[in-house]
Ligand binder design. Structure first.
Ligand code: CA
Length: 668
C-alpha cells in the first residue's frame, strides 16, 4: 500500500508501553460479546425462501430493507429482524428474492445507523452500497468445475508478478479490447504496435508462475457510477471484502457480471498455467464510523486507543482487531471464500503485522486444507504504532513463529537498490559500498549461515527466517519509485544503457537468491512512473505500462525472460530448508568493495549443476575473480545471460565487468 513506513523498531519501543486501564476496559467489554463463529452468510436462499442473518450483539433493533434496484429509489419492503442466539438477528420470507437488493439498518443506543450491505455481501451493485441476492452458481464460466490452478509444492517454486489491472492493459499500445478490466487477461493474441505479444500471451512468454493482482475486492475510491471519468486507484481502501470491485467489470450495476468476469480471468490464467494471488487488506477499512463493520457492530472490529479513539497502525485512520474472535473469524472465512469460490491460489496480506500471529497461522492452515498449493505472504510491518503488543504482531521478525507464511525482505530490497524512500540513495547494484553483508543476508534468505554476519546487516540484526520459504525477495513493487525511476534518481550522469545494466544486476541478485522472487509488472520492459513515488491515485499517464517499450527495450526483456527461465530450470536457487542453504552455499572471501562472490555446491536441491559460481560486481571498476580450474559453462557475463550458456571457461582469472553478474556452472 502507499504507506511504507518502517516503524517496526520504533513501534516495538513505543508499542509495548503498558496499555492503560481504559484500553483494557474496551478490550474486555468486546471480549464479553457473544460470538457466532463460522458465520459467513448474511443471506441464504433455499426451497423454503430467503433467510437473512446479521451478527450485531448490541443492537436494539435491526431491519432489512429490500430494493428492486442497485441504487436510487425507495425500499420496496422492510423486514423487522428478530433476536437470535449468539448475538445474531434473523428474519425469513417464503419467497426466493433472487434479483432483489438489500441493506441492513441497525438501531443501537437509541440511534438508527446508516444502511449497510453488511459485512458478508458476496454480490453487490454499483459502488457496493446495496447487497444483491443472486444464485452464485449462475456466475461460473464454462468448465469452472474442472478449473485448477498450478500445483506449487513450495512457495519458492513461484515467480510472482505484481500487477494492477489498469496499469497492465489501459494503454492503447496493449492492443487489448477490455482495457482496465478483469477480462483484459482473458484475451489471447493481443499485440503491441510493433507486433510483440501483450496481455496473457506476454505473461506466458515471460514465464512467471503467478500473477499477484492488486486489491480486486470492492473498494471505495473509484466511482463505479462514473467510469468514463477514468479514475485510478490502487484499491487499498476496502469497502466490501467479499465481492469483486465493480470498476474492473464491464457492468458494475449487474452484480453477477463482476463475479463472472473475475472468475473468467482466473480461469484464463489457470488455463495458461498461471496462478492468481490476491492482495488483501483486512488491516483497515476506507471509512471509520461509516464502514460496514461500524454500521453492523459498532466498535467491535477495530482497535482503540485508551481514550476510545480509533488506533491507526495502518496510517489510514483505523486498524482492525484480528485478535478479537469475530474479526479473526471474518478474515479466515473471507480468504477461504475467495479460495473456494474464485479458486484463488495465494494471498498477499497488506501491512500484515497489524494482524496477530495466531490469526495468520489460522489463515495459512485453513487455506492449506482447501488446496496445499495455496501460499500466503505479507508485509511484515505496520505503518504506525498499534495497541497490539509487538510480540503478538505478524512482524517480519516473528515470521518463524508462523507456519506457511512468508514476508517481504526489505533487507535485500534496500541493500541492492538503495533506500526505498530516499530517492538518490544508492545501493549495492549502483555502486555504494557497505551493503555487501546485507546482500549476503538476502542471498541466504535471512536464515542462519556460518559466513553471514548479521551484526553488519543494515535492516535486520539477526537471522529471523527459519527457512527460505519464509522470504519474498524483491527490488520493486507498486510502492515507491519503480526500479527504472529509482535508478534514474540515484545514478546521476548515467545513460539509459547504464541504468539497464544496473537493473539487470539488481534483478539477477533477486532471482538467484534463496526465497521467492517477486517483480513489479512492466519491470521487464523497463517501465517507469515518471518519477512519481506514490502513484496510488495518479492518472493513467503515470501508471499505464507503455507496451511499445517491449520492442524498444528488447534486450532488457530477453534478459528478464532468461533470468526467470534460469531460476525455474534450476532447483539450486530454490532450496527449502535453512540447513541446505547453510551446507550448500559457500561465500568467497573478497576484499574489494561492492563485490559479493559465492558458490552453490553439491548439486543443491537435486540440481544437475554440481556447482554454480556467482560473482556480483556492483562497483564501477572491473573485478578480477579467481575461479577454480574446471569445465565451466558461462551462464551470465557482462550484462548478458542465457541458461543454455554463452560459452565456456576453464576458470582461472576472469574479469567481471562493472555493474554486472558473472554466473558460471559446472556439471562435474
Ligand atoms: Ca468499488
Amino acid at each position: 500500500m502507499h504507506f511504507n513506513i518502517h516503524t517496526i523498531f520504533a513501534a516495538a519501543a513505543i508499542g509495548i508501553a503498558a496499555p492503560t486501564i481504559m484500553a483494557q476496559d474496551i478490550d474486555s467489554r468486546y471480549a464479553s460479546w457473544p460470538v457466532c463463529e463460522g458465520h459467513d452468510n448474511e443471506v441464504k436462499v433455499d426451497p423454503t425462501g430467503t433467510h437473512f442473518t446479521l451478527w450485531s450483539p448490541e443492537a436494539d433493533a435491526v431491519r432489512v430493507m429490500i430494493y428492486d434496484t442497485d441504487r436510487n429509489g425507495v425500499a420496496s419492503d422492510t423486514l423487522d429482524m428478530k433476536r437470535g442466539d449468539k448475538g445474531t438477528w434473523y428474519v425469513s420470507v417464503p419467497e426466493k428474492l433472487y434479483g432483489k437488493f438489500y441493506t441492513f439498518a441497525v438501531t443501537t443506543g437509541g440511534k438508527t445507523l446508516a444502511e449497510t450491505p453488511g459485512i458478508w455481501a458476496k454480490a453487490v451493485g454499483t459502488n457496493g452500497h446495496r447487497a444483491a441476492i443472486i444464485n452464485l452458481n449462475t456466475t461460473n464460466p464454462e468448465g469452472w468445475d474442472k478449473d485448477r490452478g498450478p500445483e506449487t509444492k513450495h512457495i519458492t517454486d513461484a515467480v510472482i508478478y505484481e500487477m494492477h489491472h489498469r496499469d497492465f492493459s489501459i494503454d492503447p499500445s496493449s492492443g487489448i479490447v477490455h482495457k482496465g478490466k478483469f477480462l483484459a487477461l482473458t484475451e489471447p493474441g493481443t499485440k503491441s504496435p510493433e507486433g510483440l505479444a501483450t496481455g496473457i500471451d506476454h505473461l506466458k512468454e515471460l514465464g512467471v508462475t503467478h500473477v499477484h493482482i492488486l486489491p480486486s475486492y470492492d473498494y471505495n475510491s473509484v466511482d463505479e457510477a462514473n467510469l468514463p471519468s477514468n479514475q485510478y486507484n490502487w484499491g487499498y481502501d476496502p469497502y466490501n471484502y467479499n465481492a469483486p470491485e465493480g470498476s474492473y467489470s464491464t457492468d458494475p450495476a449487474k452484480p453477477e457480471t463482476r463475479i463472472r468476469e473475475m472468475k473468467e480471468m482466473v480461469k484464463a490464467l489457470h488455463d495458461a498455467g498461471i496462478g492468481v494471488v490476491m492482495d488483501v487488506v483486512y488491516n483497515h477499512t476506507a471509512d471509520n464510523d461509516g464502514s460496514n463493520f461500524s454500521l453492523t457492530a459498532p466498535g467491535y472490529f477495530y482497535r482503540h486507543r485508551a481514550d476510545g479513539s480509533y488506533s491507526d497502525a495502518s496510517g489510514c485512520g483505523n486498524e482492525t482487531a484480528s485478535d478479537r474472535k469475530m474479526m479473526r473469524d471474518f478474515i479466515v472465512n473471507s480468504v477461504k471464500y475467495w479460495a473456494k469460490e474464485y479458486h484463488i491460489d495465494g494471498f498477499r496480506f497488506d501491512l500484515m503485522a497489524i494482524h496477530d500471529i495466531e490469526t495468520m497461522n489460522e489463515v495459512a492452515a485453513e487455506l492449506k486444507k482447501i488446496n496445499p498449493s495455496i501460499f500466503v505472504y505479507g508485509e511484515g510491518w505496520t505503518a504506525g504504532d498499534s495497541p497490539l503488543p509487538a510480540a503478538q504482531r505478524a512482524l517480519k521478525e516473528n515470521v518463524d513463529k508462523m507456519e506457511g507464511v512468508a514476508v517481504f525482505s526489505d533487507d535485500i530490497r534496500d541493500a541492492v537498490k538503495g533506500h526505498y524512500s530516499r530517492s538518490d540513495d544508492q545501493g549495492f547494484a549502483t555502486g555504494k559500498p557497505g551493503n555487501e553483508e546485507t546482500v549476503k543476508i538476502g542471498i541466504v534468505a535471512s536464515t542462519a549461515h556460518p559466513q553471514v554476519d548479521y551484526a553488519k546487516g543494515n535492516n535486520s540484526k539477526f537471522a529471523y527466517a527459519g527457512a527460505p520459504t519464509e522470504i519474498i525477495n524483491y527490488v520493486s513493487c507498486h510502492d515507491d519509485l519503480t526500479l527504472t525511476d529509482k535508478l534514474a534518481a540515484s545514478m546521476p550522469g548515467s545513460t539509459e544503457a547504464d541504468r539497464q545494466r544496473a537493473a539487470r544486476l539488481a534483478q539477477t541478485i533477486v532471482f538467484t537468491s534463496q526465497g521467492t522472487p517477486f517483480m513489479f509488472a512492466g519491470e521487464e520492459v523497463f517501465r517507469d512512473k515518471k518519477g512519481v513515488h506514490n502513484s496510488y491515485k495518479s492518472p493513467d499517464s503515470i501508471n499505464a505500462i507503455d507496451w511499445s517499450l517491449k520492442a524498444k527495450n528488447k534486450g532488457q526483456y530477453d534478459y528478464y525472460r532468461n533470468l526467470i527461465r534460469l531460476r525455474r530450470e534450476h532447483p539450486a536457487f530454490r532450496m527449502t530448508s535453512a540447513d541446505e542453504v547453510a551446507k550448500n552455499i559457500v561465500f568467497d572471501k573478497v576484499k574489494a568493495p561492492n563485490v559479493v562472490s559465492y558458490s552453490i555446491k553439491n548439486n543443491a536441491n537435486g540440481d544437475e549443476w554440481k556447482e554454480i559460481k556467482l560473482v556480483f560486481n556492483g562497483s564501477t571498476s572491473p573485478f578480477v575473480a579467481k575461479i577454480p580450474r574446471g569445465e565451466w559453462t558461462i551462464i551470465a557475463r557482462d550484462g548478458e545471460l542465457n541458461p543454455d550458456g554463452l560459452g565456456t571457461s576453464k576458470g582461472g582469472t576472469v574479469v567481471v565487468t562493472p555493474t554486472s553478474a558473472l554466473i558460471l556452472a559446472r556439471t562435474k
